[in-house]
Design a protein around this ligand. Structure first.
Ligand SMILES: [Zn+2]
Length: 232
């Protein structure tokens, strides 16, 4: 029987990690293939332990500026919508006030992620193994408790710029009893994580016009309709 896995993504950590991934491929920027990411990570674990893994859920934790902030959050909202509808993630997004102390964002994310990880760990059949897409020692207490409940933990990290293990003391690599497996290094998978966009002809949901696009999301709107929407 295959192991049941849940993937917990710390959106803030993953966002900050992108630069290391770009560097690895010698690029300034590329898009991450979010729909493949959970499978890439679970496949590496499955190979390492020689067991089948089935993904029961991927949860993504992030923040968005509050309505009061005056920021245009349309792009961020459509990204989270894409994660939900196209990638089938469960997203947990907190509204935060922008400006001042940004540390609050990360606390929201880590507290919600740790709560969910422990909540499902305590449910009898929710998961056998949790994959944490973050390397922050703030998670150590929750990971230890989840392991005491009989769950197995895999965490994901990044190599230091010289290719060695991460040297920051805030890394989980240096903590005891937080993991059951060797860490997965996200930068080892930079190439597989890169989104390769295919140009396809799609029909606008609003006006029915056809247009070439690389947009892979569920609903497609042509450039005219998108422009009108923005100017409203
Ligand atoms: Zn249209």
């Amino acid at each position: 029987m295959s192991l049941k896995a849940m993937v917990f993504i710390d959106g803030s950590w993953l966002y900050k990690s992108r630069t290391v991934l770009f560097m690895k491929l010698g690029e300034d920027n590329f898009e991450i293939d979010y729909s493949r990411l959970p499978r890439i990570l679970c496949d590496e674990l499955a190979n390492a332990i020689d067991e089948d893994i089935s993904i029961v859920r991927t949860m993504y934790f992030g923040t968005i500026p509050s309505a009061r902030s005056g920021f245009n959050t349309a792009k961020q909202r459509s990204f989270y919508d894409f994660l939900e509808k196209t990638c089938r993630y469960d997203t947990d997004i907190h509204e935060v006030d922008i400006g001042g102390d940004n540390r609050g964002d990360e606390q929201w994310i880590s507290m919600s992620l740790a709560s969910a990880l422990l909540f499902y760990a305590a449910m009898p059949c929710a998961y056998d193994v949790a994959l944490l897409v973050s390397d922050d020692s703030v998670y150590a207490p929750a990971l230890r408790r989840a392991r005491e409940l009989g769950r197995r933990i895999q965490f994901v990290t990044l190599h230091a710029p010289d290719g060695s293990v991460p040297f920051q003391t805030s890394s989980l690599v240096w903590k005891n009893r937080v993991s059951d497996f060797a860490p997965i290094y996200l930068d080892d998978h930079a190439e597989a994580m890169r989104l390769v966009r295919e140009v396809r002809r799609r029909t606008c949901k609003q006006c029915g016009r056809e247009e070439d696009t690389t947009w892979a999301g569920l609903d497609f709107f042509c450039s005219d309709c998108r422009g009108r929407h923005r100017s409203n």
